[in-house]
Design a protein around this ligand. Structure first.
Ligand SMILES: [Zn+2]
Ligand SMILES: [Zn+2]
Length: 340
């Protein structure tokens, strides 16, 4: 089978490699779609702190099951699935306390272990999560990033009736906003610089504030009233938006840090203390977040199709990164399509 290997930052080579043998607890899947995400872009630029080369990417996928091991019961040949890309130890404190997404030995497919950028992939069956029959392959590839959003919303606490500010309108900020709304938030506002991403957010039914030309604090009062936002989600991973979150929070607000920070954060700890702010991190997801993500897409409560801006054939994998580098904010989600 053909496998796409990033041999060094910015270079993808295709190699013919044997398909691994399917062990009794494993399945073989035929990959259908692969989503490219911000972390992949960091790997492409050689700026991902926990990835070495060569690396096979691909962690946002949809696939068809084509072979199952003798002990596999919960998936069948022909099933549509997506894969949880975390490889965990099962022994550490987080793993033994229901928080395996925080495993001390966590490896993620596509970063620290082989990803799914190949025609076929052999994987432990317990990583497979069934997709409903009617879901498109493209929607299936969105379940992983949507699970990030579901987990972030759950980390905030009970979202029902809450007023929610989301900083950043990229794919994750957009999905966090939509998820917050779908799970019961009373009002959701996205703050974003890019006119294009603001437009996509509006088309997804989210209220927006143009961070370039409008005053964010004024917009907060206008949309939420004097009590401002109950929950704030930072979905960019930079100091200026983290500062906004701390400065504009109401006393007692919860701030969820979803963005991945490359630099050390510098925040006003005085406000965190005096305003009794809750600062909460959110990292990846667990199986229950996948299940919820699938339910939200199935019930058509989340718009994912509008987020797809480009589609690239598997053989043109590197083209995806070229598009992302050149189009910048106009590339929201680039989808790699496998040959049928
Ligand atoms: Zn990702
Ligand atoms: Zn562990």
């Amino acid at each position: 089978m053909l496998q796409a290997i990033m041999t060094q930052p910015g270079t993808i080579e295709f190699r013919e490699v044997p398909i691994p043998e399917v062990k009794s607890n494993q399945i073989k899947i035929k990959i259908k779609r692969i989503g490219v995400c911000g972390s992949d872009v960091h790997v492409n630029h050689g700026k991902h702190p926990y990835t070495s080369y060569p690396v096979v990417q691909g962690h946002e996928i949809s696939a068809e099951v084509v072979e199952i091991g003798s002990d596999v019961k919960h998936v069948a040949i022909g099933d549509k699935v997506t894969i949880q890309p975390q490889v965990v130890c099962g022994k550490c404190y987080p793993c033994t306390h229901g928080m395996y997404n925080d495993c001390e030995e966590l490896k993620v497919m596509g970063f620290q272990t082989t990803g799914m950028a190949s025609e076929y992939f052999v994987v432990d069956a317990n990583k497979a999560i069934a997709l409903p029959e009617g879901m498109s392959w493209e929607q299936g590839a969105f379940i992983e990033p949507l699970a990030v959003a579901v987990h972030a919303v759950r980390r905030a606490g009970d979202i029902k009736g809450k007023r929610v500010l989301v900083l950043g309108g990229g794919p994750i900020g957009n999905l966090v906003s939509q998820t917050a709304k779908a799970m019961g938030a009373e009002a959701v506002l996205i703050s974003e610089l890019s006119p294009y991403r603001l437009e996509v957010a509006r088309r997804c039914g989210i209220k927006t504030v143009d961070a370039q030309n409008e005053d964010l604090l004024e917009a907060i009062y206008q949309h939420f009233g004097a009590d401002k936002a109950d929950y704030i989600f930072e979905c960019i991973g930079i100091n200026p938006t983290m500062k906004q979150a701390i400065d504009y929070a109401r006393k007692g607000s919860t701030i969820v840090v979803v963005g991945v920070f490359a630099d050390l954060g510098a925040i006003n700890m005085g406000f965190v203390q005096d305003h009794e702010l809750s600062l909460v991190g959110s990292a990846m997801y667990r199986e229950e977040d996948y299940i919820k993500a699938i339910e939200l897409v199935k019930e058509q409560r989340i718009e994912v199709d509008l987020l797809v801006t480009h589609r690239v054939k598997f053989g043109d994998y590197a083209e995806a990164y070229k598009i992302i580098d050149e189009q910048k904010d106009k590339a929201m989600k680039v989808i790699i399509e496998m040959e049928e």
